[in-house]
Design a protein around this ligand. Sequence first.
Ligand code: ATP
Ligand code: MG
Length: 554
Amino acid sequence: MASPSSKIQNAPSASNFIRQVVEHDLASGKHKSVRTRFPPEPNGYLHFGHAKSICLNFGLARDYGGVCHLRFDDTNPAKEEQEYVDSIVDAVRWLGFDWGEHQYYASDYFERLYGFARELVERGLAYVDSLTAEEIRAHRGTLTEHGRNSPYRDRRPEESLQLLERMKTGAFPDGSHVLRAKIDMQSGNINLRDPVMYRIRHAEHHRTGKAWCIYPSYDWAHGVSDAIERITHSICTLEFEDHRPLYDWFNERLAEAGLLEHPLPQQIEFARLNLTYVLLSKRKLIQLVDEGHVEGWDDPRMPTLVGARRRGYTPEGFRRFAERIGVAKADSWIDFSILEDCMREHLNEVAPRRIAVLDPLKLVIENYPEGKEELCEAPNHPQKPDWGKRQLPFSRELWIEREDYADPPPKGYFRLYPGNKVRLRYGYVVECTGYDRASDTVRCRLFEDSRSGTPGADAYKVKGNIHWLSAKHAHAAEVRLYDRLFATPHPEGLGDLNPGSKKVASVRLEPALRNAKPEERFQFERHGYFVADKGNSSVFNRTVTLRDSWGTGK
Ligand code: ATP
Ligand code: MG
């Protein structure tokens, strides 16, 4: 059966404070169209927090008929690699977004940034400082103490220009000089106390190679890159709120110098995603991988988009999640079960149903001839008759779930125990006749006139309805049952890891699953949603259970 493909949903987004700013700017004529950007640093894999930012930025562009750029903020040569660039491109595409021709790199602007910096020096707005990093730190002051001017602050512009040129051509070792903006060492905002614009780093860059040995700071490169690209709304997380005056200072000074055009981009901050039971700090994610607590960046338990994809999470589920949690101006925690619910809801709509026996127990039908086979029919989706039915082979020996037999039965148990009748789903009604300990086999008798869908089958009134697979035809496979990677809602470190986050089981699957394709998702009836691991149809990953069962031990 062809897997039903889902359509990207362009459900109108709920309003929020960012949308209000955008709508106001469009209505007032400040901007004719919207231009946003997603600006990852290519120094790691994208995680669920980035998905929120991607959905927000690309969602604004989509809903207001604008564009969203993908810009790599690659100003730090030491930690960046092409591998990360490639994985980020893949992840944003996978989430369903398209930036057309608008893929940029901060390193594309190194030459222009350098020219802009020279202009600021000429205007007396930047200077080369020759204090050591430590001395600069000591001069900077604290939250309660003003900073002090560097003795080099009043260097003549010509002298700074010459030094800057020599910094650029490699005349000096790392750390010997920096270029600083000349703003205000008395400012209450530490970011305005003559922030560093360039550092000397004799390091090779993944794109510019050895062309540069001075690299721009984040604050210098980021806002100017936004302005160069004519970004209208530069959306970032709350920790950059105190950087906004600096963001504006650089762009306004460059606009005064005629190097940038109005309207300049407006920085708007929103609360980053915090998810319970999840750590989203890149540093800690790297530690999880490096110390071997998980099996790599794409381990299905990792909160990375490569991990999510391997686990079977869907792009639609992420977009739905981003809509549901919205955007706020204050930090908060989002319950992990909200993300799982979004995945479940989407998977329920798109995943065909299949049978899997996760804890197999043999069942023999005494009155069914050896060698006889027939086909039963099961719907691919209970609410979608147009998806049709598939055939399930039926024979004398079946696999059932071990928990579907009990002797003695607990109170209220309607499944198999000696003397009780159940329906084998989509098949026959059987009565349990006993259990053979030596062969670990449940025995039963079948009622020939009880086959589902045949006249008179409804006359059998049984309370239990269990799933099964023909032993001869079943596909033996492995499933991996994943749980939360951390056991505590607000994990702080690796001490909070959940030791039971991965369980492996040898299982039996219905024969059709031998042909499962990469990223084809299924509902295994009663067990949850599953996907073949990297397209290997002998190993399935559980994406999520059918219901929220966290804490019940299931
Ligand atoms: P680091 O923590 O190492 O600084 P980062 O997570 O900020 O890294 P970037 O590559 O700088 O990683 O992030 C790209 C974009 O994603 C930024 O605009 C950032 O604000 C946004 N972002 C990062 N983490 C989150 C989060 N938890 N929630 C929402 N947005 C996020
Ligand atoms: Mg960052």
